[in-house]
Design a binder for this molecule. Structure first.
Ligand code: 5GP
Length: 190
């Protein structure tokens, strides 16, 4: 891949605040762009197709996978599939801009393996209780799925050391500043 942009991978447990911190990062550094992932999970109220995710049926996802459309893809809780679209990543990096991915930890490791120059940033919740509170408050999933996400989140918290940077989301403002500082430092000079 010939580009000068940096590939940033923001990872961590569901509920740690990855999405919020990425929004804060983009508000401060609008030259960065997020690659919109594909998923087979149901759309939540307020989510927009093509903006939050490219929502796909199981069949569409399987077809896309066969066609080699994914940079990485995983099966997450409740059998839902998520995948980074190769065309999104190359489109963004091809313009010389930096690209941000928001993925769970398995996908983050796959990206780093494939592209060692990628910068991986793990967003950690200050405590597990806090993570549980955020996941439960969001309450867009069923009780069973929240339980599944929590069990996975507990395991994912231990994976923080696998990544280049760890940002503790103790306060959105502070954590966002730290993320911006990392992005500024790690952005390759064009
Ligand atoms: P949610 O259903 O809450 O939107 O996402 C569930 C998890 O999947 C989150 O941790 C999110 O970061 C992750 N995720 C979203 N898109 C992708 C993707 O393209 N690849 C991978 N590996 N994980 C993703």
């Amino acid at each position: 891949m010939t580009s000068v942009g940096t590939l940033f991978v923001v990872t961590g447990p569901s509920g740690a605040g990855k999405g919020t911190l990425i929004r804060e990062l983009l508000a401060r550094r609008p030259e960065l762009e997020v690659a919109v992932s594909a998923t087979t999970r149901q759309r939540r109220p307020g989510e927009i197709d093509g903006q939050d995710y490219h929502f796909m049926t199981e069949d569409e996802f399987a077809q896309a996978k066969l066609a080699g459309a994914f940079y990485e893809e995983v099966e997450y809780v409740s059998g839902n599939r998520y995948g980074t679209l190769e065309r999104e990543v190359s489109r963004i990096l091809g313009t010389g801009r930096s690209c941000v991915l928001e993925v769970e930890t398995q996908g983050a490791r796959a990206v780093k393996y494939r592209e060692p120059s990628a910068v991986t940033i793990f967003i950690a919740s200050p405590t597990f209780d806090e993570l549980e509170r955020r996941l439960t408050e969001r309450a867009t999933e069923s009780a069973g799925e929240i339980g599944e996400r929590l069990a996975l989140a507990r395991r994912q918290m231990d994976e923080a050391t696998d990544f280049d940077f760890v940002v503790v989301n103790d306060s959105v403002e502070r954590a966002a500043e730290e993320l911006v500082a990392i992005a500024d430092r790690e952005t390759k000079a064009g």
